[in-house]
Design a protein around this ligand. Structure first.
Ligand code: FAD
Length: 716
């Protein structure tokens, strides 16, 4: 006969405010198999856990029910508590009196009656629980970091310094992310490059780090400790293993008018290029669509295919471009390259690698006023936003990141802040805050967290660049929560003379070589106009381009804006809901650099903790096939979202399903779907689930349908 102990937690007033906890314990004492029941203020606290352990010893309990909060919150803790006192951890059940009862009811008698029913169901289940044991799986001690911004760099260095192998994967040709584009950083105004570039060099030189740039994750299979990842290394057309980064190629490239992504469209670059002078790797790549040699070769191949010629014969053709003009091959970089590193025939390659853990640090993108960030919409369905601000129509309406590039000494204007339209120094500069933040109308109701701060920073820096400049900031609310942040925004106003005007801007239009910024000052209660030479839009943070595809490939959950969901916002803020996959930085929502770095180091500690183990412990609450009952219909294989089902041949040449215990997540889809009732989900056998139903309706449910009941073999 089972000896069950029931422990009812008050959770302060979270549960006890709505549920009569002593009353629930008293009712539990009368339930079959229960030899002890008690209530306590905080069962998750040390005295609460000691109460459980002491009672297990005193009452010789072999099963435990803890009636408290969601098992998502404290199940691992309580399992460890009972295991330390000698009870099999899978003979412990939690009745969720908080989320399922006290938080959703107000009437105390009703909530108490429901709480008693919930406890009764768990008592019925625990009395039928099997003693399960965790399994073991191999652990590959290699980390994959996706995204080479400051988050990915910090996480990679921390884990590599702990002695583990790390691959840092970045989809652009250089690491550094947005931080590499910034001039100075709030609130200390350190030079961004001075604090970032030494870390970038450390990454390049670290013996434990393999850097893969121009690369993206294509497929991910497996589970914690054993992820199989297919990585696409995009063609770079330059062999980085022999290139010495001398710079001759990009110095002589005749294509000099390509818009620079790194300079946010404020500058130009060549077709073979280094994104910025401190880029890591400090070696160029060729931008194929702009390279004359690659365009020439592709046109030759196309023409050869049209004429039925072989690729070898294509080399003799003299192709013409879409405009009918003869194309001219270039090849200057190839001729000048001393190390012979140019590869015009380079192609994408897919490599497969095994990792034990992944940190997703894929960062963010900015809200684009042309609507290009709306990836869920087809390109033709995307629409521009905030047309009233004139972005894209007026050359001197720019974004904050474009201003960063103008202020940067290694930027397109060598740090001169000039108007794109006429190259003149602007004397009056108006900032418009919350562009694409806190605005339901554009689908972004959240605060981007960094814009108030970077606007104050830019107002300060503009005054430092040119003391005769006057700045105006149109804002909704000033959000400067953080150490020294409020002082910083006050400094912008009090010491650097920035005029803050509380209210939305309704319109920007050109007039006499300036821009009239029309708005409403809600503090003064009147309409206002500012005549500005330059208008800067503080556009908000959106999830990185392609982030939803990446999350789906990784099998991790994300919110409606494409930011990663934490496993638990407060208690597991750097873990995802998939074991072994962690997060860092703006991939999980807007953050400044200090928070990003703190989160990256936290994720690194989690990975180092995982890699310090000798093997992976696998959950025993997984599915198992009764091969005698399996008719090989393959439905389980089709519906398993984790690819855990394979088919093997058994005696007599019969095919039967087999579940890989290391891959199965215990979701139960196969068990529910199996027509022949051949699959048992340990911990959720029919007699356990039906016992709960019986307890609730106080009448027996016939067990005839139970999957785990012995049945005659099919072969009979
Ligand atoms: P990112 O910098 O966005 O880096 C992410 C990296 O991941 C990128 O290199 C990207 O190419 C890569 N990536 C994305 N998807 C993939 C993929 N699928 N596969 C591989 N790689 C991928 N913060 C401050 O604290 N102080 C400041 O002064 C400051 N000023 C700012 C000024 C402006 C105008 C802006 C816009 C932001 C400012 N910030 C500032 C915020 C700062 O930029 C962020 O906090 C920081 O860059 C976040 O780093 P991250 O690594 O999370 O993201």
């Amino acid at each position: 006969m089972a000896r069950i102990g029931v422990f009812v937690c008050h959770c302060g007033t979270n549960i006890a405010g709505t549920v009569d906890c002593p009353g629930v314990a008293a009712a539990a004492r009368k339930m079959p198999g229960v030899v002890f029941a008690s209530d306590y203020k905080y069962m998750c606290s040390e005295p609460g856990q000691k109460l459980i352990q002491d009672t297990i010893a005193a009452e010789k309990l072999d099963r435990v029910v803890v009636a408290s909060c969601s098992p998502r919150m404290h199940e691992p803790t309580v399992r460890r508590t009972v295991a330390a006192a000698g009870v099999n951890p899978y003979r412990m059940e939690m009745a969720n009196l908080r989320e399922h009862c006290s938080w959703v009811h107000q009437d105390k008698p009703v909530a108490t009656a429901k709480a008693i029913e919930l406890v009764g169901m768990m008592v019925a289940k625990v009395s039928r629980d099997e003693a399960l044991r965790a399994g073991r799986a191999e652990l590959t001690k290699r980390l994959l970091v996706i995204g080479g911004g400051i988050a990915g760099i910090q996480a990679a260095l921390d884990v590599a310094n702990a002695g583990y192998q790390v691959t840092l994967l970045e989809r652009t040709p250089t690491i550094g992310g947005k931080m590499a584009m910034l001039d100075k950083t709030f609130p200390t105004l350190d030079c961004s490059a001075c604090i970032l570039t030494p870390l970038m060099v450390d990454v390049a030189q670290h013996p434990n780090i393999t850097l893969m740039t121009s690369a993206e994750v294509e497929e991910v299979h497996g589970f914690v400790g054993n992820f199989e990842v297919a990585i696409r290394q995009k063609a770079r057309y330059v062999d980085h293993s022999i290139c010495n980064g001398c710079g001759t190629c990009w110095g002589k490239c005749p294509v000099k008018d390509v818009t620079s992504e790194f300079d946010q469209g404020m500058g130009k670059r060549t077709a073979i290029y280094l994104p910025f002078p401190q880029a890591i790797p400090n070696k160029p790549v060729i931008d194929a669509p702009h390279c004359r040699s690659i365009a020439y070769r592709e046109a030759q191949l196309k023409q050869a295919a049209e004429q039925g010629l072989s690729p070898e014969e294509a080399g003799k053709l003299k192709p013409v471009g879409p405009d009918g003009k003869k194309l001219v091959p270039c090849g200057i970089c190839e001729k000048l390259c001393a190390t012979k590193a140019i590869r015009f025939d380079d192609t994408d390659r897919v490599v497969k690698e095994r990792f034990g853990a992944v940190i997703v640090a894929s960062g963010y993108d900015l809200f684009m006023l042309d609507g290009s960030h709306d990836e869920a919409l087809a390109p033709q369905a995307r629409k521009p936003y905030y047309g009233e601000y004139g972005y894209g129509r007026y050359p001197d309406v720019i974004t904050a990141l474009q201003l960063e590039r103008l202020m940067n000494a290694s930027g397109p204007t060598k740090g001169e802040v000039v108007r794109p339209s006429d190259g003149k120094h602007p004397k009056t500069i108006a900032f418009i805050a919350c562009v694409g933040s806190r605005d339901e109308k554009v689908g972004r109701p959240y605060c981007s967290k960094i814009c108030c701060m970077y606007t104050a920073k830019q107002a300060i820096m503009l005054k430092e660049h040119d003391p005769s400049v006057q700045t105006y900031v149109f804002y909704m609310d000033l959000r400067a929560a953080g150490r020294y942040y409020d002082e910083f925004t006050r400094r912008a106003q009090e010491t650097f003379g920035a005029q803050y005007l509380r209210g939305r801007v309704s319109r920007v239009y050109p007039q006499n070589g300036h821009y009239v910024v029309q708005g409403y000052d809600t503090l003064l209660g009147r309409a206002i106009e500012v005549e500005a030479d330059l208008v800067v839009l503080a556009n908000g943070v959106t999830s990185a381009r392609g982030s939803v595809d990446l999350m789906q490939t990784l099998g991790i959950s994300y919110d409606g804006y494409g930011f990663i969901n934490e496993a638990h916002v407060k208690l597991r803020p750097v873990e995802t809901n998939t074991a072994g996959i962690y997060l860092a930085g703006c991939a999980a929502g807007p953050k400044d650099i200090p928070d990003t770095v703190a989160q990256a180091s936290a994720a690194a500690v989690k990975v180092a903790g995982l890699f310090a183990r000798p093997f992976i412990e696998t959950e025993p609450t997984i599915s198992e096939v009764n091969q005698a009952r399996c008719v090989a219909c393959h439905l389980c294989e089709e519906i398993c979202p984790f690819g855990a089902v394979t088919f093997v041949e058994v005696k007599g040449g019969r095919q039967v399903a087999q579940i890989n215990p290391a891959v199965c997540k215990g979701c139960g889809l196969c068990t529910a779907g199996c027509r022949g009732r051949a699959i048992l989900l340990h911990g959720f056998a029919d007699q356990q689930v039906l016992a709960q139903v019986e307890s609730l309706f106080a009448r027996p449910v016939p067990l005839r349908a139970a999957r785990s009941e012995p049945e005659p073999l099919l072969s009979k």
